[in-house]
Design a protein around this ligand. Structure first.
Ligand code: AMP
Length: 281
């Protein structure tokens, strides 16, 4: 595992691999790596000859400055993890490498996909995501890029990017990696106290309950009772719970053979914002 900080060095190394016909894979992250990230890198390694894990906490995707400042950082541990799984490169640029012209925000016309759920509650978030992912795609020019389904709407935005900017990159969506008790792994989990962690379990429990019961109980009833239950939990502030089509991410009222849906949830537990989802199959 080698660390690269400069975009020029990165380009030089990748050009070499590309000219040798190697398949290059990218796994973008914001660091504080956990087993969820590891699963993405392992998938990338199965599909690629060379895998680059980028670690960059992108300021333009944070709508809340405090959240940006408090975002966990753990670079030395990240390097140990990347070494242990034999990831080829850690690309750890600073802001001047990613944004040499300064930190101005770009605006992209994403349409409805960018206005619902995360787009509604985190204004400007997806513009920042597109900005940094576009920069990484242009710098790395990967053949394959792996993203987690934990950020399901982000994955939909990445597919939008591939179509909109006409990238020739194979996108792989990786399943959500969970703790043994069901909590979706997240770098932010480190910031939860023991009590908050216990409260956070309500999110995955609610999702699994809906997954287990959606054939027996109507979606509207499941949504109503789940919202009611979560809103009653102390120190948990529900932002949204949506049952939505997996392709359009628009709310659905029923599931039949013609569509497939998922349940999407976002909540603050104490000061920590968590998201999770399950697919209804
Ligand atoms: P982050 O470092 O949080 O920006 O995440 C980097 C990538 O890892 C994104 O594509 C996330 O969707 C993915 N990811 C984060 N947590 C998990 C998880 N628990 N399971 C699978 N993928 C994840």
């Amino acid at each position: 595992m080698e660390r690269i900080e400069s975009r020029l060095e990165l380009k030089r190394r990748i050009d070499y691999f590309k000219s040798a016909g190697k398949v290059v894979g990218l796994v973008p992250t914001m660091g504080s790596l956990h087993d969820g990230h590891v699963s993405l890198i392992k998938i990338a390694k199965e599909h690629c000859d060379v895998v680059i894990c980028s670690i960059y906490i992108n300021p333009t995707q944070f709508n809340d400055q405090k959240d940006f400042e408090n975002y966990p950082k753990n670079l030395s541990n990240d390097f140990e993890i990347l070494k242990s799984i034999d990831c080829d490169f850690a690309f750890t640029p600073d802001a001047t490498e990613i944004y040499p012209d300064g930190l101005k925000k770009n605006e992209y016309e994403i349409g409805i996909l960018g206005e619902i759920m995360e787009g509604k509650f985190r204004k400007g978030h997806f513009n920042g995501v597109i900005q940094v992912v576009k920069r990484l795609f242009d710098l790395v020019n990967p053949d394959v890029a792996v993203f987690g389904m934990k950020d399901f709407q982000q994955l939909a935005i990445i597919y939008w990017m591939i179509d909109h900017f006409k990238y020739n990159i194979k996108i792989i969506g990786a399943p959500i990696f969970r703790e043994s008790d069901g909590l979706a792994m997240s770098s932010r989990n480190i910031r939860l106290s023991n009590e908050e962690r216990r409260i956070a379990l309500n999110l995955s429990k609610t999702l699994f309950y809906i997954q287990d019961n959606y054939r027996k109980i109507s979606l509207s009833e499941l949504k109503r009772s789940a919202e009611e239950r979560l809103k009653a939990v102390d120190n948990l502030n529900l932002e949204y719970l949506e049952i939505a089509d997996l392709t359009t991410l628009q709310t659905v009222s029923k599931i039949d053979s013609a569509n497939s849906a998922g349940v999407f949830i976002a909540a603050n537990v104490g000061e920590v914002r968590l998201i999770d989802n399950v697919v209804l199959f």
